[in-house]
Design a protein around this ligand. Sequence first.
Ligand code: F6P
Length: 463
Amino acid sequence: MKRIGILTAGGDTPALNAAIHGTVVRANQLRIEIFGFIKGFNCLFNPRVPHVHLNPLFQEIPELDPTKGGTLVGSSRDYVDATKTGELDLIESRLKKLGIDGLICIGGDGTLNGLQPLAERLPTVLAPKTIDNDLGLNYPSESDEWVRVKDPSGKNGYQYKRSESNVAFDLEQVINYATPGYATAVLVTAQGVERIRTTAESHRRIAIIEVMGRHSGYIALGTAYGQPDIILVPECPLDIELVAERVRHLYDLQKNVVIVCGEGIVDEQGRELGAETRTTDPAGNVALSGASEALRSKLVQMLGDRYFQLYRRGNSATEAIFTRKVGHTQRGGRPILFDRFYAALLGSKAVEMLVEGRNNAVSILQYHLQKGFHVEAYDANRFRDRWGLIHARHMHAALYDSKSMKPSKMGINYLLPIFTGAIGNDDAEHLRQTLFDAGNLAQPYHSINTDIQKRIRYLEAAD
Ligand code: F6P
């Protein structure tokens, strides 16, 4: 390996630059050049392959700051289509002309699906990132449990479902325990709950806070750190009677209630409460919106205006019950220590995997009760179901208690190793020193894109 290409694909997460930084530091030690491809896979469709040399003379460029959110090389939701062999031929020849010996993709399940055809052309590995924490397996054999049924509206004409499993869940068996980006997202959602709580308390209101995560409830689960009263996750169908009963009990007692719901929550029939729009990635991922509003309508109807008037706490249910989406703030900004540290290790491991001659492999973060976290290489094929698809990991049912609507004991044990000590001293100090810096008022925002643009080089030879 003399020259490695790197790209970031899918939605941005806070630890992308940290992962890139990890690869560059390791590559410098091994005297390998790293070329950063602009805007994810999109770059490969461009005959000029816009790229940045991230370590000229084996020193990282100063713009590569592991504490900055986003990605200095940009990202997109464009993916390579395995059926377009002509396009793949062109990509292969472009990468060859550029002298690329191996490729590192930083991304989630969409990216891992997307890189499969590339791995048949050149050594390609994945370093994981996703705030959804859904890249991985609850246990090694989970990918074999997928079944599919014909459904013209589904992906490739099929609906994919998990069959009943009797594998005992064990935290040490989880493949890729946590993914860079997740901890920072939970920091934001948990703080969001704390902030909304004071309004709910002061104004005797019921707040429904919608968090991201698609069909996986990890972000909602972790938001337990902000002490919401009720947590609803996509993996557990909504029992609206139980939720209404709990809301009444809590509201009688404390005059306010804070509910957290994952954006992908489903009703008793398994239908999403919110609306779904397809995104472009090959994992068949969807964008979800409106779950909290749908839940609000149900509660407005079930509690009714009289309930609030009786207590003299408001004129109507619609006035008392409100929703807030944490939205993209949970995906942005400075990554906290846990994410930075492990993103860098996973990035560095990706370089080593290529050097060791591995292809289509993933650097994963494993947890051991006594030894804590460590990184390993894992064969990407083991993530694939028998038809070759990689599915987003759902939060295991054992992590959630559907009666208390909170993390179960196992759920708490799952969260503790990630979040205990996840915030570094420098994270707190950074806020103290930078947010109210007088310079912020006087200086315009200086975008990383402005600096990176000056470093972009192109493959000049035409196809
Ligand atoms: O996968 C990350 C994620 O933030 C999901 O949690 C969310 O559903 C989706 O991306 C939003 O996508 P977009 O930024 O394209 O709206």
